[in-house]
Write a protein that binds this ligand. Structure first.
Ligand code: SAH
Length: 298
């Protein structure tokens, strides 16, 4: 995953789309708090006032995250996480609970040691097997979309993530949700995620090895579903496993449209809200870049 252009210059050709919502102005509100310095101050004041009341599981993970980064580099990592959260505020992320989670999870534990100096940049990084750890601003944006309308004290209920990768987003989700299930189709990555998450001992997260396109029928329905890989469309099984009133967020391929310069956008975020048994409301959002959603396991 990488760039999220502010104003995608392309005709949105997703035919199922019934409503289009532009990406929020990424710098909205910054004038009021004074640019990047303001963002850092906002993040500081957030840290100063008591953060959103975490669930017991979340506070246990928070304590272990500090323990896991204590000793050499602990303070530096904490500062880097705070600075990353401040950057996300500058990029338009507003959900306190999501920002607290990003400021808590040590992202450097999820990348190989050679890349740890880049772990707190807002960038996707390689994790092997031609996959990436997602860009923090996109992780935050997607989770914020799932949480729309929830107060800082209200966790998401039952979340399904497709594409565990290294486990970073699953760890972030575990701090903002009551229960998280995450599926990965590449066995060595599934094993790597387990190893990465072990020191955090996240009690409300279950990792599964399998084809996420089939969902997890034994644990359905889910109040939220999040895809970390882009398909041509959202798999039917996942729509069926979404609870009524639930939300699904996914990157999906955009059919290339004819002619014109700047027609480079090939994926966009799609938010699907299930209104009743048969009605799914779709909103096409900003352009994104994710690794492909593939079927089967390896
Ligand atoms: N969630 C990750 C992002 C991982 S990249 C993070 O925390 O940054 C996306 C992952 O989706 C890859 O590991 C890829 O193997 C996985 N993936 C692709 N198709 C899948 C499928 N059908 N089922 C499960 N995982 C899938």
């Amino acid at each position: 995953m990488s760039s999220v252009p502010r104003r995608p210059k392309f005709p949105l050709s997703l035919d199922a789309v019934v409503e289009r919502k532009p990406a929020p102005a990424r710098t909205a509100g910054m004038a009021a708090v004074g640019g990047a310095r303001g963002a850092a101050m906002a993040a500081k004041s957030r840290a100063a006032k008591a953060p959103a009341t975490p669930t017991p599981a979340a506070s246990a993970v928070q304590a272990r995250a500090s323990a896991a980064t204590a000793g050499g580099g602990g303070m530096a990592s904490e500062r880097a996480r705070g600075a990353l959260a401040a950057r996300l505020v500058a990029a338009g992320i507003r959900d306190e609970r999501v920002l607290d989670a990003i400021a808590t999870i040590p992202r450097h534990l999820f990348v190989e040691p050679g890349l740890s100096s880049q772990a707190y940049e807002d960038a996707a990084l390689p994790i092997g097997h031609q996959q990436t750890i997602s860009k923090p601003s996109v992780v935050a944006r997607m989770i914020e979309l799932l949480r729309e309308g929830l107060g800082a004290d209200e966790p998401l209920e039952r979340v399904l993530e497709i594409g565990t990768g290294c486990g970073y987003q699953a760890a972030v989700l575990s701090l903002v949700a009551r229960e998280v299930f995450s599926i990965e189709r590449i066995r060595p990555l599934h094993e790597q995620a387990k190893a990465n998450l072990r020191p955090l001992r996240v009690p409300n997260l279950r990792l599964h090895y399998g084809d996420g396109m089939l969902g997890l029928p034994q644990a359905a329905p889910f109040s939220s579903i999040i895809l970390a890989a882009a398909g041509m469309e959202v798999p039917q099984a996942l729509l069926e496993q979404l609870a009524i009133g639930g939300r699904l967020i996914a990157p999906v391929a955009v059919a290339p449209s004819a002619g014109g310069p700047g027609q480079t956008v090939t994926q966009q975020l799609l938010l699907i809200e299930r209104r009743n048994r048969h009605r799914f409301h779709r909103t096409a959002l900003e352009a994104v870049f994710f690794v492909p959603l593939k079927s089967g396991t390896i």
